[in-house]
Design a protein around this ligand. Structure first.
Ligand code: FVH
Length: 293
């Protein structure tokens, strides 16, 4: 059910995420136009009242706000370039996962077409879209974001990070990197315990409690990073580098691959060799920002 008091929106790209975005906009009462390469993916949205455009250009021309959510940056360019003439005077919000450099390049390209540009990073999975727990990070034109903030709020909690269009992608890839670090650690831990037939479901509550306790140290580590002072607080890097060898040896003994764990050993060794053995873990941030010798 749409409500003509709500501004019209176009959604280009109806994969798992794009369909969730378009569905949330329909739920909020926005007249919604959609386009997707595989047209059948629009069927359920059309049944709920979405207008289905025949081409990307027709989709762009339908609304002052155009949201794209496609596989990757190359796909965004491929789909939008034939529609470039229709972008003049519109706001392009790109929720496709990408890099800061790609976001800045697409912003410059969009400006060349007369469009305002806002980049976005979706910190949510499709079933969360439309709910307040879905966080969507934005950066780019502050004026365009302010003009469309209420509409974008239909997708989830909207947070604008600044005028630099690369910021949302920077935060997005940083948060995803933290997520993959956590999942990688969990997967390795479960592979280890499964090697002795411990059911993952039995072991996992211990992981949840342990990671929760360790997460409490992150704000203090962040302060150390910002100050450049890296107190060991009882766990210096020399000790950690020595103990870490046991993590790798135990994995090999248990027949578990070490590919998720090896990079940290290399970094710890590099830190100790560089004279940071008495520092705390937070000093690895400085090291990561310098290439190995
Ligand atoms: N799904 C998720 O959990 C995450 C959550 C965080 C954000 N990501 C990013 O969102 C972008 C879209 O992800 P998605 O889940 O919708 O991805 P797919 O279901 O694979 O849909 C891909 C869409 O891209 C279209 N597409 C692909 N290649 C082309 C092409 N050569 N020409 C035109 N369109 C293309 C595809 O069309 P079709 O296959 O249905 O015809 C879909 O619309 C992504 O950046 C995530 O990293 C999702």
């Amino acid at each position: 059910m749409t409500d003509n008091a709500r501004p019209p929106v176009t959604v280009i790209g109806l994969g798992d995420m794009g369909r969730a975005l378009a569905g949330a906009l329909l739920d909020a009462g926005h007249p919604t136009t959609v386009w997707n390469r595989t047209a059948s993916r629009a069927d359920a949205l059309a049944a709920r009242g979405a207008a289905v455009a025949a081409t990307p250009a027709e989709a762009v021309a339908a609304s002052p706000l155009v949201i794209v959510c496609l596989l990757d940056d190359g796909t965004v360019r491929k789909v939008l370039e034939p529609a470039a003439g229709a972008l003049d005077g519109r706001t392009l919000v790109n929720l496709t996962n990408g890099t800061p450099r790609q976001a800045r390049e697409t912003a410059a390209w969009a400006a060349g077409q007369g469009a305002q540009y806002v980049d976005g990073g979706i910190m949510a999975v499709p079933p969360m879209i439309g709910r307040p727990e879905a966080l969507v990070l934005y950066s780019g034109s502050p004026a365009a974001f302010a003009a469309h903030e209420a509409t974008l709020g239909a997708l989830g909690a909207a947070r604008h990070l600044g005028a630099d269009p690369g910021l949302a992608a920077l935060y997005d890839v940083a948060l995803l990197s933290a997520m993959y670090g956590m999942f990688g650690g969990f997967l390795h831990a479960v592979a280890l315990t499964r090697s002795e037939k411990v059911p993952a479901a039995e072991f996992t509550p211990l992981v949840v409690a342990w990671l929760g306790a360790m997460m409490e140290s992150l704000p203090a580590m962040a302060e150390a990073v910002d100050s450049g002072d890296h107190p060991a607080t009882g766990s210096n890097l020399r000790m950690q580098a020595t103990a870490y060898v046991n993590l790798l040896e135990a994995a090999r003994d248990q027949g578990v691959g070490t590919e998720l764990m090896e990079p940290m050993r290399a970094l710890l060794d590099r830190a100790v060799a560089a004279g940071h053995g008495d520092d705390g873990l937070s000093s690895l941030v400085d090291l990561l920002r310098t290439a190995p010798a």
